[in-house]
Design a protein around this ligand. Structure first.
Ligand SMILES: Cc1cc2nc3c(=O)[nH]c(=O)nc-3n(C[C@H](O)[C@H](O)[C@H](O)COP(=O)(O)OP(=O)(O)OC[C@H]3O[C@@H](n4cnc5c(N)ncnc54)[C@H](O)[C@@H]3O)c2cc1C
Length: 321
C-alpha cells in the first residue's frame, strides 16, 4: 500500500472523469488515496472524489483559481505534497495535468513519466506503460531512485471509475500559495463553441476523414454521435480542408485519444493518424478500400461507403436505445 496524491481537475463544477478514474484505480489497489481539487465549486465537488474512493480531499475555491494558473497551482499543490509526503503523485494527461505535474516533479527533484496508457501498483511503487514511436511500441517504465514517483495517465486508459455514493469524508480547505510572486496572470478562458465532449475525454469518438468531402457532410457523423453521446474527431486531411476545427484533429499533430470505442469513417489510417488513436480499446473502421491501413488496427472493419453505412448505423443505434 502506498500514499498516493492525485492532482484532480474540475470542469464546470464537476470533477473530470479522467481524475475519478485515477482516484478509483488507486483506491481499488488499496492505497491511501489523497486528492487535491482547486477551483470554483471544489468544496461541493469534493464529494465526487470521496465517492470514487479518496480517503482525504483538499480543496480551495479562491477567485484566483478560476482558471488554471501554472505557478499558483504548482506552489499550492507543492505545499500540500510536502505536508503529506506521498510515495506516488498522479495526474491525468490533460493540458493541465501535463503542465502541472512536471513542474512539481522538478521542484521535488524527481522525474515524471508522461502520457502513460496503463498503470500497475506494486508495493509502494508503480509500473507504467507508455506508447513510443507514434504508438508502434509500448515501453514499460519502472521507477528507481528515492524521490516520489510522478506519472500522468492518458484519459480513459484505466477504465470506468467505481463510484459508491455512500462513501463520504470531510474535505479540508487549503490556502493558495505563490499568488504574490506569480509572473503569469491568466485573464480569461475563451471556450470553444462546441457543446460536445472533447475528443480526449469522450469514451466514444466517431471521426471522419477527407472522404467526407465537406463540412456539411460531417452532419452525418454528428447525428451518429448524438445517439452515442460521442465526440466528433477528424483526420488532418479533413481539418486542412476546413471541414473541422483543429481542436477535433486526432493524430500526431492533433490530439491523442484513448476512448473505449473509436469509429473511423473514411480515414485511410496513415501512421500519423494512428499515433493519435491506436490505444483506443475497440476500433471500428468504415472504408471503401479493403486494403486501407486502418483495417490493420481495427477490431471490426466494414468495407463500404460511409454515406450509406453511417446513416444505417445511426438508425440501428436509435432502435437499440
Ligand atoms: C508531420 C505530419 C503530421 C501529421 N499529423 C497528422 C495528424 O495529426 N492526424 C492525421 O490524421 N493526419 C496527420 N498527418 C497526415 C497523414 O499523413 C494523412 O495524410 C492523413 O491522415 C490522411 O487523412 P485521411 O485518412 O482523411 O485522407 P486519405 O488518406 O485521403 O484517406 C481517405 C480514405 O477514405 C476512404 N474513402 C473514400 N471515400 C469513401 C467513402 N465514401 N466511404 C468510406 N471510405 C471512403 C479511402 O479509401 C481512403 O482510405 C500528418 C502528416 C505529416 C507529414
Amino acid at each position: 500500500m502506498s500514499k498516493v496524491f492525485i492532482l484532480s481537475e474540475i470542469k464546470e463544477g464537476k470533477i473530470k472523469q479522467s481524475s475519478l478514474e485515477i482516484v478509483s484505480a488507486s483506491q481499488k489497489a488499496g492505497n491511501e488515496t489523497i486528492a487535491l481539487v482547486l477551483g470554483n465549486n471544489s468544496a461541493t465537488a469534493s464529494a465526487e472524489l470521496f465517492h470514487a474512493g479518496a480517503k482525504k480531499v483538499y480543496y480551495c475555491e479562491d477567485a484566483l483559481l478560476k482558471i488554471y494558473s501554472p505557478e499558483i497551482f504548482q506552489k499550492t499543490a507543492l505545499s500540500l505534497i510536502k505536508k503529506e509526503n506521498p510515495e506516488i503523485i498522479l495526474a491525468a494527461h490533460t493540458p493541465t495535468g501535463k503542465d502541472l505535474l512536471p513542474r512539481i516533479a522538478i521542484e521535488l527533484g524527481t522525474g515524471c513519466a508522461a502520457d502513460c496508457s496503463s498503470l500497475k501498483f506494486e508495493g509502494n511503487k508503480i509500473s507504467v506503460k507508455k506508447p513510443l514511436y507514434a504508438g508502434k511500441a509500448l515501453v514499460e517504465i519502472e521507477f528507481c531512485g528515492s524521490g516520489p514517483i510522478c506519472a500522468t495517465l492518458r484519459p480513459n486508459s484505466l477504465g470506468n471509475p467505481e463510484i459508491n455514493t455512500t462513501l463520504s469524508g470531510n474535505a479540508e480547505s487549503c490556502n493558495i500559495e505563490g499568488a504574490s510572486e506569480s509572473k503569469i496572470k491568466l485573464i480569461d478562458l475563451v471556450k470553444g463553441t462546441s457543446e460536445r465532449p472533447d475528443v480526449t475525454e469522450a469514451s466514444t469518438v466517431i471521426s471522419g476523414g477527407r472522404s467526407l468531402k465537406s463540412a456539411e457532410n460531417f452532419a452525418l457523423l454528428e447525428s451518429c454521435a448524438d445517439v452515442l453521446g460521442a465526440a466528433v474527431g477528424a483526420s488532418r486531411a479533413a481539418v486542412d480542408a476546413g471541414f473541422r476545427p483543429h481542436r477535433d484533429q486526432v493524430g500526431q499533430t492533433g490530439k491523442v485519444v484513448s476512448p473505449s470505442l473509436y469509429i473511423a469513417c473514411g480515414i485511410s489510417g496513415a501512421i500519423q493518424h494512428l499515433a493519435g488513436m491506436r490505444t483506443s480499446k475497440t476500433i471500428v473502421a468504415i472504408n471503401t478500400d479493403p486494403e486501407a491501413p486502418i483495417f490493420q488496427v481495427a477490431d471490426y472493419g466494414i468495407v463500404g461507403d460511409l454515406f450509406t453505412l453511417v446513416p444505417l448505423l445511426t438508425e440501428e443505434l436509435k432502435k437499440l436505445k
